[in-house]
Design a protein around this ligand. Structure first.
Ligand code: FAD
Length: 384
């Protein structure tokens, strides 16, 4: 596999950097950093959408630039490098949008993807419930078909992120009790701005809150069903593989590493051999993580991701992010990290905020234990 960048990819990266350095993006970024607790980067996403950069790998008729997955990873890398909050873009475009791109009907793609790629509408993920996380087959939210053909959804979803900024939730619900617990599940693009949907923040150790979403008869049309009625289990697994490229985990790890490196250079700590060796070791692991991510993206580009390859990349990148941040905190000293402030207060964010955010990376989109189980069963034991 050749992972060196082509001239075209390098030219694209230069173009993306020029765009992120433009006055219009920098002015919006400045405003976002005045409110570090909210991380609402939708104004920048809209500017990206105008350039076809928010979903660069989607075709132009769906608001993208028809680029490759690797080129869209270049956009993600540069967003992170310029300190542009990425969470909502990851959830809405890279996770929900990408699943629709791979699995929705042509009509659904036109309806949902164009406004998403333009940064005009956003979507969140509504899978997890109080009694269904790793074991999603146990979910209890139910969708009841009404006489007029619509569905009414009842249930409680938890740990949803960026929900307050979104227009739709990709919601997994039970539409039938027949068969095993993996049968009778359906995925809906549920409009969130309606009666029957209420949001409540759930505090988190990290800067950003989770949301609990209470669904009390929330209505959704039958044509908002993604994939087959009662047959969502294989689609949910496909969606989880799409979430596990490792990309958004490795770009954060790289951003935090860059911050630690800069601090070590500025303080002269880099002169110390032990520090230098430690940082060189992390830097090599980051390269490995990037290559694993690119391998998953290459598979995604071809349309089929091997679950075990994605699980390996996600596990490695999220655990590495913890290692980077914990090492950085030890090198810098915890008190000095606390004095740096919170959130996106400088270009890369603060190490103190990263320290509270990284453990969540080993849980979201499947915990490290679940990734190891997939690797053991599908990779090591050959049970594919
Ligand atoms: C930062 C973050 C963002 C998130 N964003 C979203 C979102 O946008 N939308 C959404 O729907 N959900 C979201 N989640 C929820 C996430 O998907 C769940 O937290 C995750 O699937 C784990 O489920 P759980 O919390 O119920 O833990 P559980 O499944 O109860 O697991 C608890 C512990 O038991 C371990 N465990 C469970 N089963 C096994 C097993 N078979 N073998 C070994 N160990 C096991 C787990 O590894 C974990 O350590 C987010 C979570 C985090 C941390």
């Amino acid at each position: 596999m050749d992972f060196s960048f082509t001239e075209q990819q390098q030219a694209f990266r230069t173009m993306v950097r020029t765009f992120f350095e433009s006055d219009s993006v920098q002015a919006q970024l400045h405003q976002i950093k005045q409110r570090p607790e909210e991380y609402d980067a939708r104004s920048i996403y809209r500017l990206m959408g105008e350039q076809g950069l928010l979903a660069a790998n989607w075709p132009t008729e769906l608001g993208g630039q028809g680029r490759t997955m690797l080129e869209s990873a270049i956009v993600a890398e540069e967003m992170s490098r310029y300190g542009i909050p990425e969470a909502l873009q990851v959830i809405s475009v890279q996770i929900v949008g990408m699943l629709l791109f791979l699995s929705a009907s042509e009509e659904q793609k036109k309806r949902y993807l164009l406004p998403m790629a333009r940064g005009e509408e956003f979507a969140c993920v509504l899978y997890t419930e109080p009694r269904a996380g790793s074991d999603l087959g146990s979910l209890e939210t139910r969708a009841e078909r009404q006489e007029d053909g619509t569905y009414a959804i009842y249930g409680r979803k938890v740990y949803s992120m960026k929900t307050h900024l979104t227009d739709y939730g990709l919601c997994a619900a039970r539409t039938s009790n027949k068969g095993s617990k993996y049968e009778g599940l359906t995925l809906f693009m549920l409009p969130l701005r309606q009666e029957g949907v209420s949001l409540q923040p759930i505090d988190s150790m990290a800067d950003e809150s989770f949301y609990q979403v209470l669904l009390d008869g929330a209505r959704v049309d039958a044509d908002a069903i993604i994939g087959d009625l009662d047959g969502a289990w294989s689609l949910i697994n496909k969606a989880l593989a799409v979430e596990r490229t490792g990309l958004d985990y490795y770009v954060r790890a790289q951003r935090w590493f860059d911050m630690i490196w800069d601090q070590a250079m500025n303080s002269g700590q880099i002169e110390d051999d032990t520090t230098l060796i430690e940082l060189a070791r992390l830097s090599s692991k980051l390269d490995a993580s990037r290559f694993m991510t690119y391998r998953v993206l290459e598979q995604l580009q071809k349309g089929a991701v091997e679950e075990v390859v994605a699980a390996t990349s996600k596990w490695y990148a999220s655990e590495l992010a913890c290692e980077v941040v914990f090492t950085g905190t030890e090198l810098r000293g915890f008190e000095a990290c606390m004095a740096d402030g919170h959130g996106y207060s400088d270009l890369y964010g603060s190490l103190e905020a990263a320290y509270r955010e990284t453990p969540g990376l080993t849980i979201s989109a499947g915990s490290s234990e679940m990734m190891l189980e997939t690797i053991a069963q599908m990779g090591l034991m050959g049970n594919r």
